[in-house]
Design a protein around this ligand. Structure first.
Ligand code: DAH
Length: 346
């Protein structure tokens, strides 16, 4: 084989070996074996050689052609194999790996307590009613027998939306709305947000109440005591002491403040040797809600005859119950949405 053919062979086989893509192999195939390829042109050039040199040269060229073709095919196979392996490697999925875990949310502590409260009343046959957060003066105050000069109407306590409209300061207006729309017998609770101009460790400008009332013929204070005692013993503990103290609300007569035995000291007023309980301030009792017999004036506003029907009503703060149940000492924790706090519930 002459030297230039030898050099061409060396160069072409090197380049085949260094090729790394199907495209490079294809380009080389065209460049060497194509219609205008180097070897093709050399084969065509055989015609110009003297007759005695032709067979030998022809043989050598054809052999080189075969070798080049074999190498191209071989290299192409290797390249295809490699790219397949690379693809398999890159697209590998380990089906034994654990999936992405989505952390489950949980109910807010106030929702938990509210659900519990509703459950207990539901068990005693109460239905659930709702009313508007923006309330008119008539339903929030007037019809509840809260006169114009009552301190509860002070700007200090009430958020006014306009002259006649307020953010409701309690859930009691829903008593009025329900009685206006329906006739006794009624046995209703009203959970909902209420608003007051107040902000410290035990007061929040927005908080929640559950109002409740029962109206029928011959409802007595004994019914009120029975319902609330059962309720409080379900929420706190079966042994919890419950007491009713005389009090005043414009919309009930008589009115009472309802206390439970202190959840921290168990009613003893002391936590350890001579150290008085911080939560109940040594009294052994905690004020938990307001209640009373619905005032005849309120019945007149809703056109019920106070000679024919009677009823009781009560109202409690959901945050306060949750704070006592879970020993939480700052109401603001409920609304800061700190996950470290919220994760402890539910
Ligand atoms: N509305 C009162 C308040 O927000 C709570 C209340 C007290 C509701 C006595 C009542 C009740 O229905 O009888 O402080």
């Amino acid at each position: 084989m002459n030297e230039s053919l030898e050099a061409l062979r060396g160069e072409v086989l090197d380049r085949i070996q260094q090729s790394n893509s199907e495209m490079e192999i294809e380009q080389l195939r065209v460049e060497v074996l194509g219609r205008k390829g180097k070897l093709t042109l050399l084969l065509r050039g055989l015609a110009d050689l003297p007759a005695e040199e032709r067979p030998q040269a022809g043989q050598e060229l054809n052999q080189l052609r075969r070798v080049v073709k074999e190498h191209l095919d071989e290299r192409l196979k290797v390249i295809k194999e490699q790219s397949k392996e690379r693809a398999l490697e890159e697209e590998k999925i380990d089906i034994t790996l654990p999936g992405t875990r989505w952390e489950r949310g949980r109910a807010h502590p106030l929702t938990l307590v509210l659900d519990e409260i509703i459950d207990v009343f539901w068990g005693m046959g109460f239905e659930i009613a709702r009313g508007p957060d923006i309330e008119d003066d008539y339903h929030n105050f007037e019809a509840l027998n809260i006169p114009k000069d009552h301190p509860a109407r002070d700007m200090q306590d009430t958020f006014f939306v306009s002259n006649d409209r307020v953010l409701r300061t309690h859930t009691s207006p829903v008593q009025i709305r329900t009685m206006e729309a329906r006739k006794p017998p009624l046995q209703v609770i009203v959970p909902g947000a209420v608003y007051r101009h107040d902000d410290d460790a035990t007061h929040s400008p927005m908080f929640h109440q559950v109002e409740g009332f029962m109206v029928d013929r011959q409802i007595s204070f004994a019914d009120l005591r029975g319902v609330l005692t059962h309720f409080l013993r379900q929420i706190f503990s079966a042994e919890t002491g419950v007491r009713f103290r005389p009090s005043f609300f414009p919309f009930t007569e008589p009115s009472a403040e309802v206390d439970i035995q202190c959840v921290i000291c168990g009613g003893k007023g002391v936590v350890s040797e001579g150290q008085s309980c911080r939560i109940c301030k040594g009294t052994g009792w905690l004020e938990i809600m307001g209640a009373g017999m619905i005032d005849p004036e309120v019945f007149r506003f809703v056109k019920y005859d106070p000679e024919k029907v009677s009823g009781f009503a009560f109202g409690m703060g959901v945050e306060r119950i949750a704070m006592l149940k879970y020993s939480i000492d700052d109401i603001r924790l409920f609304f800061q949405n700190d996950l470290r706090f919220l994760r402890q519930f539910g």
